[in-house]
Design a protein around this ligand. Sequence first.
Ligand code: HSE
Length: 328
Amino acid sequence: MATIKAAILGFGTVGQGIYHILNEKREELKNKLGIELEVAKILVTDTSRERVPGTAHLMTTSMDEVLAEPGMQVVFEAIVNEEPAFTYLKRAVEHKCHVITANKVMFAKRGLELQDLAKVNGVFVGFEATTAGGVPVIKTMKNILLVNDVSRIQGVLNGTSNYILTKMRSQGWSFETALKEAQNLGYAEADPYNDISGQDAFKKLMILSALAFGEQPDWADVDVVGIDSISAEQVKEACEKGLRYRHVAEVEKLADGKVVAKVGPQLVDKEHPLYPVDDVNNAVALDTNYIGTLTLIGPGAGMYPTASVMVEDYAEIIGKRAGFVVTI
Ligand code: HSE
């Protein structure tokens, strides 16, 4: 059986999730894809801490070492910021590795550049995990866009914010208690400011904008408001009126071709498609010309939903096998 080697860059919540799923699904993936995948390197900043038993020998702090591994062909990336992630993935692509990323900060800014570079190098970029966690919005949009035009995208794109708003409403938790629990559950970013300020949802919206419209609005023109502007009192008052706060990110292509976006809390009523989207769930509503409005809902954060779509990206890439070099 042919074997290919993979690396995981970043071994936090998502990186560990990838490792677990690849181990748990090893036999099944081997049978389905006809290829054995071996995680050969795990890139971290500190090798002294063995986060998952039995992985110490795989750890390295050096991207040179990752790329020097014979047969390295797939790189999963779950690092947090733009750099060094972009530089690592650029090097991986130039090394003819397929890359699969969960890094929305990097991808919102450098995604189009990375995809162009991948095209030149004959490799694939999987980015399903950058947006809406386990919700398959990227592959669905790619499919829809083969035939339809998308005119507007409206979504709940941050699981942590939605979880906090839900728990404040349904359990009467304070903002701080709900945030702490979101952190315990592995939903929040290392710096949760990005979740609650709306910046995380904004980055995901920009990724969807680039996919749907081939462009993003000027970032400086987008009004971004977080849930930190909402008090427990406001949540309670809204609830008494039969309304719910949702943190909504939306981008639209106007009739004159201009792409405009905004991100912020909105009060929605029972008739609104985002009303039932509770807890860590995300939702993406797409307005299209032939299908009409299509809404996808599912877990938007967490170890397994996010890691799962990255392994799906891997399976899809292997399925395509375009230019794939298999090491026997
Ligand atoms: N912190 C993010 C969220 C993780 O809560 O949605 C998934 O991107």
